[in-house]
Write a protein that binds this ligand. Structure first.
Ligand code: ADP
Length: 447
């Protein structure tokens, strides 16, 4: 097992990884930007190294600074968390070239599954259902030709896309001209490549994703699904497991398909296969080759510590259990609490003057915030994850309501009031929602 792990991230996920390491008797190295000198992950880690100025490109995305920090401190592995360099195959390769273990899949697996076009091809080959889609689009004319083949509406996407960026829908040729140009421009500004492709646009799907774990010896398990349909701007806000839309038979069916696909692709470590689910059918969207923000709800219902498993797998350990050993119990819901205007969703960084996190049975808060902490304006606006679990979905909803009531965050506007509102809507309570529900709800309530 590793003796020292460098955590190449910040915020709550850096803390999450630190906690798993400490529980495994592993020492931790935090890296931080100049703006994060007072951050909680820096305070808790055994050692800390400043890797550059506030801007992520100069610090958390600075590959050589991070690898130098690992070499200087003698770390034998690097955990990339999510975001930043977590899906950067070149970084994973560089880490390994320096004799350090990258806690995640191999660079080749990341390249294959991180590119949405090659991932779709691999998915088709591995027997996963996908939405009808196009190859890389060369021009507006080419895009229109494919849109006619697939049939409107379609969605144009960046092959390297992420975070809901670079996606544009089109319902006719005229819209397609604009969608193609805009998606390409957004991709150029945000991602390594401006290559775009298109998929059939589903109009009322749920977003359901499957968590998998795979060791280096071909053993694969799935840890069930997460329903992440409560979204705004194509980004998740509330997630739950199990999905109110699936029964045990459907769960087993998609679970078996996913396990076989992962075995065939030869993927290792933790990963998530994202699907859209409409009218009883699954359509593969993309694979995330890293830990996900919403992983704790899976931990709550499966009893498996996903970060610990990532570290074990990377160190060469066998899973040591099979699918039949995994028993799901109860229900879990996560609310992402962001420091932002709950109406417009614009980030509102600032000083947290009062902070009181809820507690009690079945309540978990993953956050880097403490009273008096100033949220820097340079990074993501998520400041806490509230994860609540209970025996049934109803009991979990009651507990979530109670936990949100207890939560005190003063000094910065945040999404707690919005969460309280969402979870008291009849459609949410009944589990009757799709990926458009939240945006439609917000549009209509202002009428
Ligand atoms: P990203 O990598 O940017 O997160 P994804 O491909 O995972 O992009 O899609 C994010 C979200 O965008 C989905 O959860 C869904 O809400 C919406 N979306 C993506 N593809 C489609 C599609 N073909 N039809 C309808 N909605 C889609």
């Amino acid at each position: 097992m590793f003796e020292k792990v460098l955590i190449a991230n910040r915020g709550e996920v850096a803390l999450r990884i630190h906690r798993a390491c400490r529980e495994m008797g592993i020492r931790t190295v935090a890296v931080h930007s100049e703006a994060d000198a007072n951050a909680m992950h820096v305070r808790l880690a055994d050692e800390a190294v400043c890797i550059g100025p506030a801007r992520s490109t100069d610090s958390y995305l600075n590959k050589s600074a991070i690898i130098s920090a690992a070499l200087i401190t003698g770390a034998d592995a690097i955990h990339p968390g999510y975001g930043f360099l977590s899906e950067n195959a070149d970084f994973a390769e560089m880490v390994e070239e320096h004799g350090i273990t990258f806690i995640g899949p191999t660079a080749d697996q990341m390249r294959l599954m991180g590119d949405k076009i090659t991932a779709r091809q691999a998915a088709i080959k591995a027997g996963l259902p996908v939405t009808p889609g196009s190859p890389a689009l060369e021009s507006v004319e080419h895009a229109i030709e494919w849109a006619h083949k697939i049939g409107y509406p379609v969605i144009v996407k960046a092959k390297d896309g992420g975070g809901g960026k670079g996606m544009k829908t089109a319902f006719n040729d005229e819209e397609m001209r604009e969608a193609f140009t805009m998606a390409k421009a957004e991709a150029k500004a945000s991602f390594p490549s401006d290559v775009v492709y298109m998929e059939k646009y589903l109009q009322k799907p749920r977003h359901i994703e499957m968590q998998i774990l795979a060791d280096k010896y071909g053993h694969v398990v799935h840890l069930g699904e997460r329903d992440c349909s409560i979204q705004r701007k194509n980004q998740k806000l509330i997630e739950e497991s199990p999905s109110p839309a699936l029964n045990d038979k459907q769960r087993k069916e998609i679970g078996d398909i996913v396990r076989k696909a992962i075995e065939q692709i030869g993927y290792t470590n933790a990963g998530t296969l994202e699907f859209l689910y409409e009218d009883g059918k699954f359509y593969f969207l993309e694979m995330n080759t890293r830990l996900q923000v919403e992983h704790p709800i899976t931990e709550a219902v499966s009893g498996i510590d996903i970060v610990r498993e990532q570290i074990r797998i990377a160190s060469g350990a066998e899973l040591g259990y099979t699918q039949d050993d995994i028993k799901f119990s109860g229900h879990a819901i996560e609310c992402r609490i962001n420091a932002e205007n709950p109406e417009t969703f614009t980030p509102c960084p600032g000083k947290v003057t009062e902070w009181h996190a809820p507690g009690g049975l079945g309540v978990r808060v993953d956050s880097e915030i403490y009273s008096g902490y100033s949220i820097p304006p340079f990074y993501d606006s998520m400041i806490a994850k509230l994860i609540v679990s209970g025996k049934t979905r109803n009991a979990t909803l009651m507990r979530l309501r109670r936990a949100l009531e207890e939560f005190v965050i003063e000094g910065v506007p945040n999404t707690i009031p919005l969460h309280q509102e969402i979870i008291s809507q009849a459609e949410f309570i009944d589990g009757q929602y799709n990926i458009h529900w939240l945006e439609n709800y917000m549009k209509n309530r202002h009428k």
